[in-house]
Structure formats: C-alpha cells, structure tokens
Design a protein. Structure first.
Length: 200
C-alpha cells in the first residue's frame, strides 16, 4: 500500500442539492415514544483524502478518452452565478487589502502578458535564476522543462488569436526560456557523472 495520499475530485454543484436536502422539514413522528433519529451530517464538498489503494487503472476508453469521465460541463446559468460570486468575493478581498494598506492603489488587471510573464518567471526560477550571491542554486530542470513546454502549448493554442505585440512577446519569452534551458542542460551533460556509492 502506497504512502502517497490520493485525492478525488468532488463536483461542487451537488452542494446546493445537499444543502436543500438538509434543510427539508422532516416528517412528524408517529408517536412520542419513538426515539427521534438525528440526521446524518452532510459531507462538505471538496477534495478528500483517500486512504485506500485505488483499483488498477482500467484500459482507456475508445477514442483515447480516460476511463473516468469528467463531470458534465456547467450550464450557462451556473457559470454566470459562479462568475458573479467570484467577482464579488474578489472585490471584498480588494477592499480588505486597501483597508490594511491605504496608500496602495487598485491591483492592476490580469492580462495575457501577466500569464506569459508568470510562466517565464517560473521557468527561470526553476533553472536557478534569482539565487542570492553565495547560495547554491536550486535547480528543478524537469519542472523548468514542463513550464517551457506550457509556454509552447500556449503559443500553439493561441496561434492566430493574438495581436502583433502579444505574439512577439510570447515568441521572445519562449525563445529566451529555451535558450536558457539549452545552456543549463549543456552544463549538466558536460559534467562527469558522480562516482557510484562506496559499498562496504
């Protein structure tokens, strides 16, 4: 049995149905001598830790789809309600931040440029950039490769949908990140392999 915790995804839209079921009036007792049963607590939706070992993975379904289908897509009404609640919650958070820091202005909006910069910064940090002088760089070369691959996917999926400035920025960032990756992997592969551990 593996020690790695397993998680399952819970459909959050079921929460409303569970709350309505919990609030429904119970049927009147037939007699006073009958003990009143306490309702079972409604489980809260969200990720849950699964302690048992999952069953072996089934063969993929036809067409390359996973054997475990995703929940149905939310309806337009559900998406609209969720977006409205999200915006209201974000506004409350902004108000709290401004109350704690009266001199701080409103946060800048998140744009496509912000997304590209975030991925580029993550890749560079994973390759050891930003390490303080005198400290040994902590390099996550596999994580850096995955982040650079995400930039590549972003470039492919947005082809034809970006303006000239956005496309130039994305291509420049992708080029720079790949060049840094090539330099780092060249240094890693030129180093001699570590000696095998000494056995007694």
């Amino acid at each position: 049995m593996s020690d790695t915790p397993k998680f399952e995804v819970i459909d959050r839209r079921k929460r409303k149905l569970e709350e309505e079921a919990a609030q429904a009036p119970s049927a009147p007792a037939e007699s006073e001598s009958t003990p009143v049963q306490q309702p079972e607590p409604v489980s809260q939706p969200g990720p849950r830790l699964v302690v048992s070992e999952p069953e072996p993975a089934a063969e993929p379904a036809a067409g390359g789809q996973d054997a475990y289908p995703m929940p149905a897509a939310p309806t337009v009404e559900e998406s609209r309600e969720q977006k409205s609640a999200y915006d209201a919650s974000a506004e409350r958070l902004e108000d709290l931040i401004r109350a704690q820091n009266p001199g701080a202005g409103p946060q800048p909006p998140v744009t496509f440029e912000s997304l590209v910069q975030q991925l580029y910064l993550s890749a560079m940090i994973q390759m050891g950039a930003g390490t303080r002088e005198g400290e040994r760089p902590r390099v996550d070369i596999v994580g850096a490769r995955q982040t650079i691959d995400l930039l590549g996917i972003l470039s492919e999926k947005t082809k034809g949908n970006l303006n000239e400035q956005e496309d130039r920025m994305l291509q420049t960032v992708l080029f720079e990140a790949r060049m840094a990756f090539l330099e780092l992997t060249s240094m890693i592969t030129l180093q001699p392999p570590p000696p095998p551990p000494v056995t007694k």
